[in-house]
Ligand binder design. Structure first.
Ligand SMILES: *Cc1c(COP(=O)(O)O)cnc(C)c1O
Length: 367
């Protein structure tokens, strides 16, 4: 009998691990399918950008050294590009680490953490890992119901997560309502504004939140190089907050939490305007391609501001997901997000999207 199971904290014992998108190699191994396309983890379909790749190459001979634990060069580049002070920036091993640092720094057992139904799966996991109490607030039209969320915030609440756009629904909040929500928060409640998909949002609808931490000291914005910048495999993201909050997170983080290749590649990627432009153009075209096909198939979808779209297959989605796997197409079932009839599809290249559309049509027609 392994007593260590009982020694783990109560929250951890009850934890259900995060389920990542199925890796391509795994499906190839399991089903012996040569060509597999993966549209399951909101990754950038363009591949590593040329400037990031060159920066990685140039950094390879340095790997015997520790990275710059302060991330000086990347923070300087972010500061210049975003117009925030370097002291406001916290670098992380993916923006997931920023979210985790906030939880470990500010949340103790018994405190409450508020987030929306259908919001990013990491929020409940991080909440449970620190033994805090999760308050999942019913969504409105698949998006965050800010009024209902505000009503759940009380004296025991320490953190509220807002994903804008949200994953897996792609829903976007209006700037005015979002800022009013943040302004209404009591001083003891910290707001984590998760903007992992910021770059994909239509510029007309985009919330420009980066100066908000100057007005709201209890706000941290999390962004990442994993999605639009195409560096998911390297693990690099950042938080923007008041310097005071960044200082607290800096005490908790591991001294070398951002690795040397990631720091170099992210700095180069920030300056690669062509790559970002191509990414956004491909995404916009792919969104039309996919939603046009859903329209033809008579399937409703949730309008998305991200690089993915969740489609209602009008029947339990898990068998459809499995049938797609057998045709070499990996998408993401979202039953664990209380969306049992939806599949979340990341936008791929035009060719990948077409392969998915053909496979979906065949599966729905039983071929
Ligand atoms: C992908 C994603 C992240 C972070 O990903 P990292 O790779 O850890 O930077 C954060 N929030 C949401 C909502 C995401 O979908």
């Amino acid at each position: 009998m392994n007593k260590f199971l009982e020694l783990a904290t109560a929250g951890v014992q009850q934890l259900v691990p995060y389920v990542p998108g199925k890796p391509v190699d795994e499906l190839q191994r399991e089903l012996g399918i040569a060509e597999v396309i993966k549209l399951a983890s909101n990754e950038n379909p363009l591949g590593t950008g040329a400037k990031a790749a060159a920066a990685i190459q140039a950094t390879l001979p340095e790997l015997t050294r520790y990275p710059d634990g302060s991330g000086f060069a990347l923070k300087a580049a972010l500061s210049a590009k975003l117009g925030v002070a370097p002291e406001q920036i916290t670098l992380g091993n993916g923006s997931s680490e920023i979210l985790e640092l906030v939880m470990r720094t500010f949340v103790t057992p018994e405190l409450e953490v508020v987030f929306s139904q259908h919001a990013f799966a990491l929020y409940p996991i991080l909440t449970q890992a620190v033994g805090a109490i999760a308050k999942a607030v019913p969504a409105k039209n698949y998006g965050h119901d800010l009024t209902a969320m505000r009503a759940q915030i009380g004296p025991q609440t320490r953190v509220v997560f807002i994903a804008n756009p949200n994953n897996p629904t792609g829903t976007l909040l209006a700037t005015v309502e979002l800022e009013a929500f943040i302004a209404s928060l009591p001083a003891h409640v910290l707001c984590v504004l998760d903007e992992a998909y910021y770059e994909f949002v239509d510029p007309v609808l985009r919330t420009e939140s980066l100066d908000w931490p100057n007005r709201y000291p209890n706000l941290i914005i999390a962004r990442t190089f994993s999605k639009a910048y195409g560096l998911a495999g390297l693990r690099i993201g950042y938080g923007i907050s008041a310097p005071d909050m960044a200082d607290m997170l800096n005490r908790v983080r591991q001294p070398f939490n951002s690795n040397m290749l990631a720091l170099a590649a992210a700095e180069a990627a920030l300056g690669d305007v062509d790559y970002l432009d191509q990414t956004l153009a491909l995404n916009n075209a792919g969104m039309l391609q996919l939603t046009g096909a859903f329209q033809d198939l008579g399937l409703p979808w949730i309008p998305s501001s991200g690089n993915f779209v969740s489609v209602d297959v009008l029947q339990p989605a898990l068998p459809i997901y499995q049938a797609l796997l057998h045709k070499g197409v990996i998408v993401r079932p979202v039953a664990n997000y209380e969306m049992p009839r939806h599949l979340r599809v990341s936008i791929g290249t035009q060719r990948e999207n077409q392969i998915f559309i053909t496979a979906l049509r065949e599966v729905l027609q039983g071929v």
